[in-house]
Design a protein around this ligand. Structure first.
Ligand code: SAM
Length: 450
């Protein structure tokens, strides 16, 4: 019996897919490289923009042929395409899909497999309503055994859903209201991951710095709840590195910044989207801060966290964005010289305030021109920033090997991708790498003997 999971979208989906794989392996399934060869096929989907949604629909249409030929095989659709409410409509549109799974909740798959003969084993995986709401699963099923030997870096969701309601964003409609997972459950999962060979954990949330504000445990807390959680996870023996993403600028308090600086395992890398560099656009996006607030945050990050690297997200072509407003974003990106920028063309999403009340009139070609301009700018900035690594020795956590090029690869604490050739097995080890070449997207070096 074999399974195949196709995943698109954010790290949250990657974490969900891993958990489903772990459950399937417990039922005796083994991974198949191609969906066409699998008894259970799962598509884990993203709808944050139109493009990933189109890809999932394309994949669904391809798999219809497999289902027509082998009706006994199971096809499951999971993730944000399904959301909390879309299953019935999707069932009418894609009747060849057997089961629809909301984000972080594979329970219906276990129920189906229980019916199909895995009765006792699958029943043990079925969660009750509260566990489903918080994506709590049995702690021995976090990573699938087939991955345990080689997963060095893993994602751990700590905040599910989102209640911020940025006007462009579909996530609250698909992942539901914000809810923090209990700290003890998170800690148990983190320990389990480390016991299974993981060296680096990235804590996930749509607004990860809002962790814990909805939990009774932290009702009287003076310290930022995420700081308390970081400290507890930090104590796990064998864990080498700890990260968290995505942060919202309004919740980045100084004690969190200080904790990043003070806790040696917490990497000095912060993902904090600005989305636009113009106050009017930010207000229409309902982000809740101004460009100056963000400038001050960047200054605070750089002051309190030595050597910090900062990543951001930007949307170009938001409804009504003028050439002048776009120029403000361009100028701000040039001024801040951040370490990474994910730049996306605005994509109108169903139900969002922007889609209901604003006109998405800008031509796709103009959106693309703006995206490309920011990409080119950021690439030049990165080329300059990365050139500073030349001749330096950096610490790299080795995540894998590119067999074709016979080079190991991994990341610096500041999230730079580094390649280096070396004999022996470096997987999961910390390598000191002397950098001999730098480009905008990666560095190359050799294991340092100095
Ligand atoms: N919750 C985080 C936040 O917004 O701060 C990030 C989550 S979202 C999956 C990742 C990125 O997708 C966002 O930061 C935003 O730049 C982009 N995005 C979200 N909705 C979009 C839309 N309608 N069109 C284009 N990009 C979008």
């Amino acid at each position: 019996m074999r399974y195949h999971i196709w995943t698109i979208g954010c790290q949250m989906n990657v974490a969900d897919s891993q958990r489903v794989a772990a459950g399937l392996e417990r039922l005796g399934y083994t991974p198949a490289a191609r969906a066409e060869d699998a008894d259970v096929m799962i598509l884990n989907t993203c709808v944050v923009r139109q493009q990933p949604e189109d890809k999932a629909v394309g994949r669904l249409n391809q798999l219809k042929r497999v289902k027509d030929r082998y009706p006994d095989r199971v096809l499951a659709l999971m993730g944000c395409m399904v959301g909390l409410k879309e299953a019935a409509a999707l069932q009418a549109r894609f009747p060849w899909v057997d089961v629809f799974l909301p984000p972080s909740d594979p329970t219906e798959l276990w129920a189906l497999l229980a019916e199909r003969g895995h009765l006792d084993e699958a029943q043990t995986l079925i969660a009750d309503a509260e566990a489903r709401r918080l994506a709590l699963s049995r702690v021995d099923t976090i990573l699938p055994p087939s991955e345990q030997a080689h997963v060095v870096s893993a994602h751990l969701p700590i905040v599910l859903g989102c209640s911020h309601a940025c006007t462009y964003c579909v996530i609250p409609y698909r992942r539901g209201a914000e809810r923090s997972r209990p700290p003890d459950a998170i800690l148990a999962e983190a320990r389990q991951m480390v016991a299974q060979g993981v060296k680096e954990i990235t804590l996930l949330g749509q607004i990860v710095d809002r962790y814990g504000y909805d939990l009774p445990e932290f009702a009287d807390a003076v310290e930022t709840p995420l700081v308390t959680l970081l400290r507890r996870i930090h104590e796990i023996d064998g864990l080498q590195r700890l990260r968290f993403l995505t942060s919202h600028p309004n919740w980045m308090r100084d004690d969190l910044l200080r904790a990043v600086a003070e806790l040696p395992k917490v990497c000095e890398h912060i993902e904090v989207p600005i989305q636009a560099g113009d106050d009017e656009v930010l207000a229409q996006m309902r982000r809740g801060y101004t460009v100056d607030d963000y400038r001050r945050l960047v200054a605070r990050l750089r002051e309190l966290i030595p050597g910090v690297s900062i990543a951001t997200d930007i949307i170009v072509g938001f409804p009504g964005e003028t050439a002048e407003q776009f120029q403000h974003t361009y100028d701000l990106l040039a001024e801040l010289r951040l370490d990474k920028a994910h730049i996306a063309r605005y994509s109108s999403r169903p139900l969002t305030v922007a889609t209901r009340t604003m006109t998405d009139a800008l031509a796709r070609a103009e959106k693309e021109r703006r995206r490309q301009a920011l990409d080119d700018l950021q690439s030049r900035i990165l080329e300059e920033l990365n050139a500073r690594y030349l001749g330096q020795t950096v610490e790299v956590l080795v995540e894998g090997k590119n067999e074709a090029k016979d080079r190991w690869f991994g990341r610096t604490r500041t999230d730079r991708l580094v390649f280096f050739p070396a004999d022996g097995d470096w997987l999961g080890r910390l390598a000191q790498v002397y950098v001999t070449w730098t480009g905008p997207w990666s560095l190359i070096g050799e294991v340092s003997t100095r």
